[in-house]
Design a protein around this ligand. Structure first.
Ligand code: HEM
Length: 519
């Protein structure tokens, strides 16, 4: 018998067997199991998950991580170059700074920044995708805002005393809860630049840009709790993408309409005009300008307020820095007046603020991204599509191989090391001045990630650091601050405990300080 005859007999037998014995549902089940096995294999992640036995549940792991706080982040960094930690919407892979450049250089369709923002803020249901697809507000920050900082400084310097005065009581000691107070200060000052006066002082606008933006985050977190397939349904039930923009647009409408009636050449040289200049024709209206302003305030206000609060808590926890800082500010402003350039010469202040960002960055991670196509890192670890990842900022900022005694707050850590250069006005030469700028608070690097790093580095960092330094310089020169006695109980380095929410490092939101005008 030939082998051809045998095999045709066998295949006839197999077909007959399949026809008679195997049911359709059995084939379906086999295919389903094969697909599950393949997708398990395709999506396997060979790195440790935070939480040990708790890691079967992301929610339990989050609770454990929030309670352990800083120590949990330090341990994960020390133990693993890559580790998955729990976030509300997904597991998030935190990576050693060695991998920062690979994250940064990966193409957008492989490791995506935009999709991360889309998911983190549930943009389709809270703000509309066009804010990501055509981010012209980002170009306004990168270009017009940053190029006009010398002029913008004057507005900020004018607004800051008014903002502090709203919260204080002249020469009488006043008790303020610092984080909410910082939100008011920063909302007013930043919006002096975004929408101008008097709207920046209008409590309805300030609340919209603080509480209103917080409510978007809460809504996004709620929608994220549902599986991705259910989000379009839940998102549409809970929210409308125009809701917030429509609510706040009437406040901005007069400013937008006034500019739209003018010849573009004659419009005032300000933020709203800059937005209108880049907006496509269909976005030349108050609703779209408001949407961009919400996005901008979103990026600007909470971040800057948390950093301001952390810095003020450090001033109170290390009061020995206060007088040297005052002396520097007094010397520089006496010589140069209150200008943006004068701020550049306040190197002690810059170093102090940078140290505050280093030791208490407002987030545990930077360069947050979503993997769109499987990506294999240089250590051979393959990350499947769908995972979120980013740099382990908290671990990096506390790494003893990068920063000496990283747990110690050293306000002068970023000052020039040599005696040849006196801090303050006297740069040895242009080279030293350049070096000083590279050391400065806004200078992003792979080991200083407060404003992130690389192609999506925060475009508002020059504005934010100018605003923060002016805010603190004004506070130091015009006010005295202290902890309420019953809180600090006279402890020398008292500082209220920070709180961890997911990956965010929030300065204690209920901590109060006492403040009065200096005599
Ligand atoms: C101290 C205050 C601030 C901190 C700590 C901060 C930090 C950050 C960080 C970590 C990112 C993420 C970058 C990445 O994913 O790689 C970012 C992005 C961004 N920031 Fe800031 N930021 C601050 C203030 C501001 C201000 C004042 C503005 C606007 C004037 C602003 C506008 C933006 C924008 C538009 C992005 C998105 C960049 C992009 O997607 O390419 N930020 N910021």
């Amino acid at each position: 018998m030939s082998t051809g005859f045998l095999s045709s007999l066998q295949s006839d037998y197999v077909i007959t067997y399949l026809r008679n014995e195997v049911k359709v549902w059995q084939i379906g089940l086999a295919l389903l199991l094969a697909w599950r096995a393949w997708s398990y294999w395709e999506n396997r992640l060979d790195i440790p998950f935070y939480g040990g036995i708790w890691s079967f549940s992301r929610v339990l792991s989050i609770i454990k991580m929030n309670r352990e706080g800083a120590q949990a982040f330090l341990d994960t960094y020390k133990q693993h170059p890559m580790v998955a930690v729990p976030r509300v919407d997904a597991w998030f892979i935190m990576m050693h700074p060695d991998f920062v450049e690979e994250i940064n250089k990966a193409p957008e369709d492989v490791i995506s920044n935009d999709d991360n923002i889309l998911v983190a803020l549930q943009v389709p249901y809270t703000l509309r995708n066009k804010i990501i697809e055509n981010p012209y507000h980002k170009y306004v920050i990168q270009n017009q805002l940053t190029k006009n900082l010398v002029k913008i400084f004057e507005d900020i310097h004018d607004e800051i005393p008014r903002a502090w005065e709203n919260l204080t009581d002249g020469h009488e000691w006043k008790r303020i809860t610092m984080l909410p107070a910082a939100l008011q200060l920063i909302a007013q000052t930043s919006n002096r630049v975004f929408v101008g006066a008097p709207l920046c002082r209008d409590q309805r606008w300030k609340s919209a840009m603080t509480d209103g933006t917080t409510s978007i985050v809460k809504l996004a977190a709620l929608i994220s709790l549902f599986p991705p397939w259910a989000r379009p349904i839940v998102g549409r039930i809970l929210s409308h993408p125009d809701a917030k923009s429509k609510e706040y647009a009437p406040l901005v409408a007069p400013l937008v309409e006034e500019r739209l009636k003018m010849d573009p050449e004659d419009r005032p040289d300000d933020f709203i005009s800059w937005l209108l200049e880049l907006a496509p024709p269909e976005d030349q209206n108050a609703l779209e300008v408001t949407r961009r302003l919400i996005g901008m305030n979103f990026a600007a206000v909470h971040t800057t307020s948390m950093n301001l609060t952390h810095a003020i808590f450090w001033l109170l926890a290390r009061p020995e820095y206060i007088e040297p800082l005052r002396a520097e500010i007094a010397a520089v402003t006496e010589e140069m007046g209150w200008t943006k350039d004068a701020l550049t010469h306040m190197v002690k202040l810059d170093s102090f603020m940078k140290e505050s960002v280093r030791i208490t960055p407002i987030s545990s991670q930077a360069l947050s991204r979503i993997v769109m196509k499987p990506f294999t890192f240089s250590n051979g670890v393959r990350i499947p599509a769908g995972y979120a990842l980013g740099a382990h900022m908290y671990g990096t900022h506390h790494d003893p191989n990068i920063y000496e005694n990283p747990e110690e707050f050293k306000g002068d850590r970023f000052l020039p090391k040599t005696d040849a250069v006196a801090p303050g006005l006297n740069y040895a030469d242009d080279e030293e001045r350049e070096a000083s700028l590279k050391r400065s608070m806004y200078a992003a690097s792979k080991t200083y990630l407060g404003f992130s790093y690389g192609k999506h580095v925060c475009p508002g960092r020059f504005f934010a650091s100018m605003e923060l330094k002016t805010m603190v310089a004004h506070l130091l020169m015009e006010y005295e601050i202290k902890w309420p006695e019953e809180v600090s109980k006279g402890a020398k380095h008292y500082r209220p405990e920070n709180m961890w929410f997911g990956g965010a490092l929030v300065p204690n939101p209920t901590a109060e300080i006492l403040i009065r005008k200096r005599r």
